[in-house]
Design a protein around this ligand. Structure first.
Ligand code: BYC
Length: 471
């Protein structure tokens, strides 16, 4: 177990105290981060005690400590997963060679780009979610939102550490830029599209944490395979924290489904208008939110055919999630059958790795749907089962970008597409309705009418615990 030194200004398990230059550089960045957090982090809740978990070690047996913390006092720190002795590169042309403890000169700019892209998403998500506290459905949910926000802040620290420690002056400049770009900003937006979408209601938050944080899981898993060992170790520990974010998404959507089914049973109808009049989210509306966030997150894997991903794999920089579960780790001989709007194309497997990842991601997304659909079937509404949209639907990146495709994946005419789009993703009217449901509920144990209460509280505490002390 690598302990964390909490007596230092920046808690860490990377022996920062013995690298004064790095320590000074990070201590110089720290107040800028805090300024960003106060300016762009959760609004109006900064002085409240929140029941948060804080990483105190990287031990799988127990790495976190729980307690009341004011968010700006959260101990954001630098934690790397334990080193693996004699670790070797597990894929690509340099497979079997020792991993690198320093950045190889020839891969410097591509590694920096990967780290910056990953780092950019973390503060972006905090910015996207900054107003949600005002409309929380319960104190339990409010606490979960803040837990996610502080941990995304820590994930930014994780990437900034790598930039400062391994990329010299360019890295320090990139770290400044990570605080200068802002989600949705017309002049300096975040790098990836999904992270510029507003998240203005909790249904979107649950979908974002279900779909977009799951992209995070897949990207972090593939970077955890990297031959650049500090990146691998950093990502391994980030994945531990990431699991809770997806839990919030999966249980959040599950609770929406549960509440809707209760209302449908009570009213004896599946009529969306009556369900809405009763203050719940009809399943068709939920389906539209799933379609929106799933399709947006599918773009985050990049183009189907990518020379970047081929080079990253061949050079041992970015593998596939769970690389050891595959047989062939070099992929020079394999090909992939890719469906494009022009027909099926045979492409070298190395160039199709974004697509391989997208496919396994989508399989992972199915797991939650199966669980929600079981509840829907049990309630006797099997015909309204939820579905994932096709990988081709509403894409902005890759071969299907800009194509008129329905959620089942059929190419259709532009006219039909424009006419029907509002029946596949939330219309303005749908968003206005969802917004009308977003009334803040902050009495301990109370819950908004559009979502069922959670099955259990945090860390064995009761559901009605005062997770955020508002007074
Ligand atoms: N939006 O060869 P291509 C998370 C650009 S989420 C805008 O297709 P490549 C989190 C691409 O940059 C995980 N631009 O793509 C979740 C390239 O631009 P340049 C985030 C896009 O390089 C919730 C061009 O298109 N981590 O952690 O194979 C809360 C052609 O590129 C997009 C990572 O993404 C897009 N969607 O793969 C908080 C891992 N897609 O260079 C956090 C790091 C592509 O021609 N990043 N482009 O100007 C990567 O691995 C890769 O950069 C990508 C793209 C997977 C994103």
């Amino acid at each position: 177990m690598s302990g964390i030194n909490y007596s230092e200004k920046i808690p860490n398990n990377v022996d920062l105290v013995n690298d004064r230059t790095l320590q000074r550089a990070l201590e110089h960045w720290q107040p800028k981060f805090l300024d960003w957090w106060r300016g762009m982090g959760p609004t109006d809740f900064q002085n409240l005690d929140v029941y948060l978990r804080t990483a105190v070690s990287v031990d799988s047996e127990g790495w976190a400590q729980y307690g009341a913390v004011k968010m700006p006092d959260y101990r954001w720190g630098i934690f790397l997963g334990d080193p693996v002795a004699d670790r070797k590169i597990g894929f690509g042309d340099a497979m079997g060679q020792p991993v690198w403890q320093q950045v190889p000169g020839e891969y410097r700019s591509i590694l920096r780009r990967l780290i910056v892209t990953q780092g950019d998403t973390e503060p972006a998500s905090v910015e996207q979610q900054r107003l949600l506290g005002h409309t929380c459905p319960s104190l339990y949910d409010l606490r979960n939102l803040f837990q996610i926000n502080v941990e995304e802040g820590r994930h930014l620290w994780a990437m900034v550490y790598l930039l400062h420690a391994y990329f010299g002056r360019d890295g320090r400049e990139e770290a400044e830029e990570l605080l200068a770009r802002h989600s949705g900003d017309a002049d300096k937006p975040r790098i990836l599209t999904t992270f510029n979408e507003p998240i203005s209601d909790w249904l979107s938050l649950f979908c974002f944490t279900y779909f977009t944080d799951r992209d995070g899981k897949y990207q972090l898993k593939s970077l955890a395979e990297s031959g650049f060992d500090p990146l691998s170790r950093t990502c391994r520990f980030m994945l531990t924290e990431e699991a809770h974010h997806m839990f919030v998404g999966e249980t959040g959507i599950g609770r929406v489904v549960k509440r809707t089914l209760e209302v449908m049973k009570e009213l004896g109808t599946d009529d969306p208008a009556r369900i809405r009049a009763h203050g719940a989210v009809d399943l068709g509306l939920l389906q539209k939110y799933l379609n929106f966030w799933c399709s947006s997150s599918l773009d985050l894997f990049g183009s189907e055919v990518s020379s970047n991903s081929a080079a990253n794999f061949a050079n041992g920089l970015k593998g596939r999630p769970d690389e050891t579960t595959y047989d062939d780790h070099v992929l020079r001989e394999k090909s992939f059958e890719l469906g494009t709007p022009q027909g099926t194309e045979n492409v070298p497997m190395l160039n199709a790795l974004n697509e391989v990842m997208r496919e396994s991601y989508l399989k992972d997304c199915e797991i939650g749907l199966r669980r929600w659909n079981r509840a829907i079937e049990r309630a006797g509404f099997g015909a309204l089962a939820l579905k994932l949209p096709s990988m081709r639907f509403r894409r902005s990146i890759g071969a299907w970008a800009g194509q008129s495709v329905d959620p089942q994946g059929n190419l259709i005419s532009n006219d039909v597409y424009s006419r029907e789009l509002n029946s596949w993703i939330p219309s303005d009217q749908d968003r206005t309705f969802v917004k009308s449901l977003m009334q803040r509920v902050v009495e301990p144990g109370k819950i908004a009418g559009w979502v069922a209460p959670p099955e259990r509280g945090i860390n064995n505490l009761p559901v009605d615990y005062e997770y955020v002390k508002l007074h």
